[in-house]
Design a protein around this ligand. Structure first.
Ligand SMILES: [Zn+2]
Length: 587
């Protein structure tokens, strides 16, 4: 009995001691606000979506220089969060702009398998709050986790990546790559992102990723929005001021960077090409709004902790550099917005100029070959015992392949609801016609175009679009939308509404119904009518004869000739292949 009592007493004491130790640990953790990454022994762990949100909720309660907002939904039904850090506790973007402060937007987890930014941002936000080091003139906005859907679909799906041990999946719940969805906006995530972007109107944007590809010495590689595609005033400021400062600061912190490693030949020493991020990508979309965009791409083969710390440094340095240049950044942004309002010509697509390159110093590993254990055939490997420093060519000049002169205004019939919704979301100013109106406008006819044979991101995307412009009197209706091209949003307007643009709404199938013919003819009935037409219109007959001489197939085919007459008659529908957005050339 006594023995039993003693044992029970010891057990209880032990339990109490354990409970005490547990509570002490919890309270230390809570006061330090350590992240799941920091708390893990392996440092090979990324926070889950619930951990991320509850972590920021705790910080929000504790500090009044931070607020977490929600904006709209994502495809999985959960709201998109935005964390905002503001030194003077002003959280209204309009007021922030009035106070002449800059806004820096950081996006994390667009590809949840590349989650360094998620964990690094949690640490950085806490540190800025705890050390009271939020900059005076920069309000920092962070999307803690953009692709919530993909992040909840956890496992290990990045075959070649060195951790973390479990992470989210690239596709969202509609299996979309959200970093291709900024124009077509098939996901609610993208819709909510664009709402945030246009409300906050950041001057600088950073998107955090992890690269794949070659092996080399750097932990961090870097993409700046392609400089020839960005407004020249901003481009100049980005390449001359921000970028050199950032490369320099990263080197000083022990994370020397290199431009993103997209190599021409088998290994990087063959030369690198810059990444052309067209508007479907986050930074390409940002460029349409005159926002300087950057992408951090950590190297997949480095350990996860190194990648997280490098991302932390990238963000921290970008914040400091934005603060240091905040006044100048504000004025170049204003100048750029003013310039784009008056800009007449717009580039719609780009290609690399392979005659122009610069030379950079690149720290790589020697690429070698040996026999594969799988196939016995020759395979590539990088010899980490053979690091090198070599001069490597970097091709980073792009030239426009299609340009267009903007009209005075576009007229979008109200039938095209999604187009109108997206223009509104992007804060494009629109007037509505107050009455049914016959207008003289230039209308495009879609000529040749290519269509992807298999779906790409849920679309049979069009490319190499050719158009023919025709002056016409077109009836538009009360409530249709008139969009003048004297706006800050000019690039968004022109590069989505011009069908030849690489990421136009037309390219993304928004207008595919105009590609179908609605009426036709029965040959045996039309024969007599066609003969009558040729009799009454000798000039049409002459044209047909000329066409037959040029085209032997036409000369040989009765049905082709009937079709020729039909298409060249008033019977043929004017709207077939006619792009429905009018271009107002004269007021
Ligand atoms: Zn990525």
């Amino acid at each position: 009995m006594i023995i039993y009592l003693r044992a029970s007493f010891h057990k209880q004491l032990m339990k109490k001691t354990l409970l005490f130790i547990f509570l002490l640990t919890v309270s230390i953790m809570a006061s330090a606000q350590l992240t799941p990454f920091e708390l893990s022994k392996s440092k090979n762990v990324t926070a889950t979506y619930p951990q991320v949100i509850s972590y920021y909720k705790d910080l929000d309660l504790k500090y009044d220089q931070m607020k977490m907002f929600t904006y709209g939904l994502t495809d999985i039904g959960k709201p998109l969060h935005l964390v905002v850090l503001s030194k003077n506790k002003v959280f209204d973007p309009v007021q922030i702009r009035q106070q002449n402060k800059r806004i820096l937007l950081i996006n994390n987890g667009i590809h949840p398998g590349e989650p360094e930014g998620i964990d690094a941002s949690m640490m950085l936000v806490r540190d800025l709050l705890k050390k009271n080091t939020i900059p005076d003139d920069v309000v920092i906005c962070i999307l803690p986790l953009y692709n919530i859907d993909g992040s909840l679909n956890r496992g290990f799906s990045r075959a070649n990546q060195n951790g973390p041990e479990s992470h989210g999946f690239r596709g969202n719940s509609k299996n979309l790559d959200l970093n291709r969805d900024f124009i077509k906006t098939d996901s609610k995530n993208s819709y909510s992102f664009q709402e945030i972007f246009n409300i906050w109107q950041p001057e600088v944007f950073l998107d955090n990723h992890t690269s794949n590809g070659a092996d080399y010495q750097y932990v961090m590689t870097f993409i700046e929005t392609q400089r020839d595609k960005l407004n020249p005033i901003l481009s100049n400021f980005m390449t001359k001021i921000i970028e050199p400062a950032l490369y320099d600061a990263m080197k000083k912190k022990g994370y020397e960077m290199t431009p993103y490693v997209d190599h021409i030949g088998e290994t990087p020493d063959s030369g690198l090409t810059a990444f052309l991020e067209i508007p479907r990508f986050a930074t390409g979309y940002a460029a349409l709004h005159n926002t300087i965009g950057f992408i951090g791409e950590t190297h997949m083969l480095k350990s996860f902790d190194k990648r997280v710390y490098a991302t932390y440094q990238l963000m921290n340095n970008l914040i400091e550099i934005t603060q240091k240049n905040s006044a100048q950044l504000g004025s170049v942004k204003k100048l750029a917005d003013e310039q784009v309002k008056n800009q007449k010509e717009f580039a719609l697509n780009w290609e690399m100029d392979d005659t122009k390159f610069e030379t950079i110093l690149f720290k790589g590993y020697e690429g070698k070959h040996k026999a594969s254990e799988v196939s016995s055939l020759s395979r590539l490997y990088y010899d980490r015992n053979k690091p090198f420093e070599k001069k490597v060519k970097l091709y980073n000049t792009f030239k426009p392949t299609v340009t267009v002169e903007k009209p005075i205004a576009y007229i979008v019939p109200q039938a095209w609801q999604k187009v109108i919704d997206l223009l509104k979301l992007n804060q494009v100013e629109m007037e509505r016609l107050s009455a049914d109106t016959l207008m003289e406008v230039d209308m495009y006819y879609i000529g040749d175009y290519k269509t992807s044979p298999r779906p790409y991101e849920g679309h049979y995307i069009h490319s190499a679009v050719k158009v023919k412009s025709q002056k016409q009197q077109v009836k538009f209706y009360e409530g249709d939308f008139l969009i003048y091209t004297n706006q800050n949003q000019n690039r968004y307007i022109v590069e989505t509404l011009e069908p030849q643009a690489v990421d136009s709404f037309f390219a993304w199938n928004f207008f595919d119904s105009v590609l179908g013919q609605k009426e036709y003819f029965s040959a045996y009935v039309f024969e007599d009518e066609a003969a009558e037409l040729l009799k009454n219109k000798p000039e049409m007959k002459q044209k047909l004869e000329a066409a037959k001489l040029k085209n032997p197939d036409l000369a040989k085919s009765a049905s082709a000739q009937l079709n020729w007459i039909y298409v060249n008659s008033d019977l043929y529908e004017k709207t077939h292949l006619r792009y429905p957005v009018g271009r107002l050339i004269k007021n």
